[in-house]
Design a protein around this ligand. Structure first.
Ligand code: NDP
Ligand code: 2IT
Length: 448
């Protein structure tokens, strides 16, 4: 940790992600004293390549804007670099590195052959016209295209990058490379996208939660669920939770929280999907449309040392699906006091270390994002396979494979935890299983 912090003192989120893994892999290192001489940890913590570039584009007023673009190609021991792109004003190198680092282990947990990467830009799509978003995506891809390819690095979506952005990015790549290949995942269904890819992270996370509950003889039926976020992951998590009989009480976006005591239903969810994906509006409108629900305007992540509103309601399950560090120690204590017995992460690293400690100490079911939200990248892997074969699988087939993969990841977390003497600890299970697979592959491939 001293080495990592000393090299890049300002990369707080990256340090947090690294510490999360280092804190749990001690038993592996004890079995492998040679890892020190071979600098396995130092190599895993250092990106293979970081690409940082200028993205100049013109807004609707004719004003030229300049953003910063990133691609962190973290590790290719297991396959071509794979991971999403995030467009959000908070994006910086530390956040890109933490996401790329997590992605390496997440991808390793899947049975697919995928390395890990992450990219994005400090561009804020909010309030921008379609034309502006298109010009930004084209300028971004003009540079990124040199560094990616269907067998080299395959980006996808993340915060602020959905179907619209992937379309513009793909169009520009196709034009520059003069080839139609599966270089991005999350594509439109008519031009190489996979069925279930939009649903995959949210559905997969709820499948994972279902597996966790089953270890205690429980199901989601009748469980009160708190979900944060109102984006791709959150909305499909809500949809699957409803299908499995859960009662979804909350959603949130960057300007507020809705609490609907009667619970969401499919009609209400359809209203929110339209609001978010097409009208690109705020959740305020939900409060106006459904007066039975409470809309509380707030910056859901503004609390510093205080509690975040979305986690203040009594519930059985919590599904953080917005962004990193949205559950602190106070939130965790409040969730536990409110009756929560399961926390399952749709977002990447949404829980601060003190929250994770509390959940583990209280022995509730806690599913870390790198295992629980791996369904997104797993179906991305299936999209790549379908593209390579130039055919497409049915919805039922992809969903069945997704379910199977989430079950597989859940079991390997449990088995690995048991093997290393920490039964039921999904954090240690996920970190060790991912680390061992990547470390072995790196050593087998020599010093590269
Ligand atoms: P979206 O952009 O679709 O949705 C993000 C949601 O979270 C929005 O409702 C957004 O509010 C809210 N949000 C994001 N950042 C903040 C912030 N700083 N403060 C408050 N609210 C915020 O992204 P996704 O659903 O794709 O991603 C959500 C999480 O899931 C991320 O952690 C991502 O890394 C992770 N993930 C995504 C996968 C995917 O395939 N898309 C796969 C696995 C994990 P608003 O609408 O107001 O911006
Ligand atoms: O965090 C993630 O796993 C994603 N944003 C999806 C990555 C992918 O390549 O599908």
């Amino acid at each position: 940790m001293n080495w990592v912090q000393g090299r890049d003192p300002e990369q707080r989120e990256f340090h947090q992600a690294v510490l999360g893994v280092l804190a749990t892999i001690g038993p592996v290192l004890e079995h492998h004293p040679e890892y020190r001489r071979l600098a396995v940890l130092e190599r895993i913590m250092e990106p293979e390549r970081v690409i940082l570039f200028r993205v100049p584009w013109m807004d609707d007023k004719g004003q030229v804007q300049v953003n910063r673009g990133y691609r962190v190609q973290m590790n290719s021991a297991l396959g071509p670099y794979k991971g999403g792109l995030r467009f959000h004003p908070s994006v910086n190198l530390g956040i890109m590195k933490f996401l790329a680092f997590e992605q390496v282990f997440k991808n390793a947990l899947t049975p697919l052959v995928l390395g890990g990467a992450k990219g994005g830009a400090d561009f804020d799509p909010k309030g921008r016209s379609d034309g502006e978003v298109m010009r930004f995506c084209q300028a971004f891809m003009a540079e990124l295209s040199r560094h990616i390819g269907p067998d080299t690095d395959i980006p996808a979506g993340d915060i602020g990058v959905g179907g619209r952005e992937i379309g513009y990015l793909f169009g520009m790549y196709k034009k520059i490379a003069n080839e139609f290949t599966g270089v991005l995942t999350g594509k439109g269904l008519a031009w190489g996208g996979s069925l279930i890819r939009p649903e995959a992270a949210g559905y997969g996370m709820v499948y994972f939660a279902g597996e966790m509950l089953a270890t205690r003889g429980q199901t989601l039926e009748g469980k009160r669920c708190l979900i944060s976020g109102a984006g791709n992951v959150a909305l499909f998590a809500a949809e699957k939770a409803l299908e499995l009989g859960g009662r979804v009480l909350t959603l949130s976006d960057s300007t507020g929280v809705i609490y609907d005591e009667q619970g969401l239903d499919l009609d209400k969810l359809a209203f929110i999907k339209d609001l978010k994906n097409f009208r690109r509006g705020r959740l305020t409108e939900y409060g106006e449309r459904y007066p039975g629900a409470i809309y509380i305007p707030c910056d859901p992540l503004a609390a510093d040392g205080d509690q975040h509103l979305v986690w203040s309601f009594p519930a059985d399950c919590a599904f953080p699906c917005a962004t990193q560090n949205e559950i602190n120690g106070h939130d965790a204590a409040r969730l536990l006091a409110g009756g929560v017995g399961l926390v399952c992460e749709g977002a990447n690293m949404p829980c601060l270390p003190e929250a994770v400690e509390l959940f583990l100490a209280q022995n509730i079911l806690y599913g870390p994002g790198k295992a629980a939200n791996a369904g997104g990248v797993a179906v991305s892997g299936m999209e790549m396979a379908q593209n390579a074969m130039r055919l497409s699988w049915s919805r039922v087939e992809v969903d069945a494979r997704l379910r199977q993969i989430m079950k597989f990841i859940h079991q390997s977390c449990l088995d690995t935890a048991a093997e290393y003497g920490v039964s039921g600890n999904y954090v240690a299970g996920a970190n060790i299983a991912g680390f061992v697979k990547v470390a072995r592959a790196m050593l087998e491939q020599g010093l590269v």
